[in-house]
Design a binder for this molecule. Structure first.
Ligand code: ZN
Ligand code: ZN
Length: 258
């Protein structure tokens, strides 16, 4: 399985910058987890292939350029872009984003081949198929309805915490998996901002350390993501200080393979 955290910040010359402002993981060039930078960071060949988008929650950094992505492809889509989310999140996307005010209700629109966008609801705790992947989602502890994900292609299994503070069900799901090759976990704020992390339902490196104590798998790669760009250097240093083997900060743009 190949996973890339798409870049969302670019230097003056147009090259990708390590700061992560938007969240969008590209899996095997065809499925994304969240869609923050989907409309700005995919290559043309990738844009021709990606039709399956899992949305963990409707925060802007996770969906920012999804409307642009659908819009750009509108005339050429031969199958709809499928948006997988819980009923709750689909309801919020319909109400707040694809509402004919912020952007068109693309799920009601067609091109010459048919529908251009389709909502595919899934139920927490029940496995569902997304392209070549089997996916299970469970609620995590964030300020809007949000799910963490366990994904497998039958050979490799990975888990995404999405945005969350201290959480439980997610670790139960991950621990029940036969194997775990990689864990993507958020680390938004530095330790000194724990109050804000708790209020906005995110993790600091010390909170992340406590969460990892709930994990029963060993030896997998742990990739910290969602570092707030303003505190990036501090969070990187504090993650280093907790001294967890196999823990590193995920590099934007780099293709990781398991
Ligand atoms: Zn969020
Ligand atoms: Zn976020």
């Amino acid at each position: 399985m190949r996973i890339q955290l798409l870049p969302s910040s670019f230097d003056a010359g147009g090259s990708a910058n390590p700061a992560q402002r938007l969240t969008c993981f590209l899996i095997d060039e065809r499925v994304t987890v969240d869609a923050g930078s989907i409309g700005i960071a995919l290559t043309d060949p990738q844009r021709r292939i990606v039709r399956d988008v899992i949305v963990t929650h409707p925060h802007m950094d996770h969906i920012a350029s999804l409307p642009i992505f659908v819009d750009d492809l509108f005339g050429e889509l031969e199958q709809p872009i499928r948006i997988y989310a819980t009923e709750e999140v689909i309801g919020l996307l319909k109400l707040d984003v694809f509402n004919d005010t912020v952007y068109p209700k693309f799920h009601e629109l067609r091109n010459q081949h048919g529908n251009v966008m389709e909502y595919v609801p899934f139920e927490p705790g029940k496995e569902f198929q997304v392209a070549h992947l089997k996916v299970t989602a469970v609620p995590v502890n964030h300020i809007v309805p949000t799910v963490g994900l366990l994904l497998t292609d039958g050979r490799t299994t990975v888990a995404f915490s999405s945005d969350t503070a201290e959480t439980h069900e997610f670790w139960g799901l991950v621990n029940r998996a036969e194997r775990l090759d990689a864990l993507f976990i958020e680390a938004s704020f530095p330790n000194s901002m724990q109050k804000l992390a708790e209020a906005s339902k995110h993790l600091t490196p010390l909170m992340l350390q406590k969460e990892l104590a709930k994990l029963s798998h060993n030896g997998m790669d742990i990739l910290a993501v969602h570092l707030k760009p303003a505190y990036r250097e501090t969070v990187i240093r504090e993650l280093d200080e907790i001294g967890i083997e196999n823990l590193s900060v995920m590099e934007t743009g780099k293709v990781y393979e398991w």
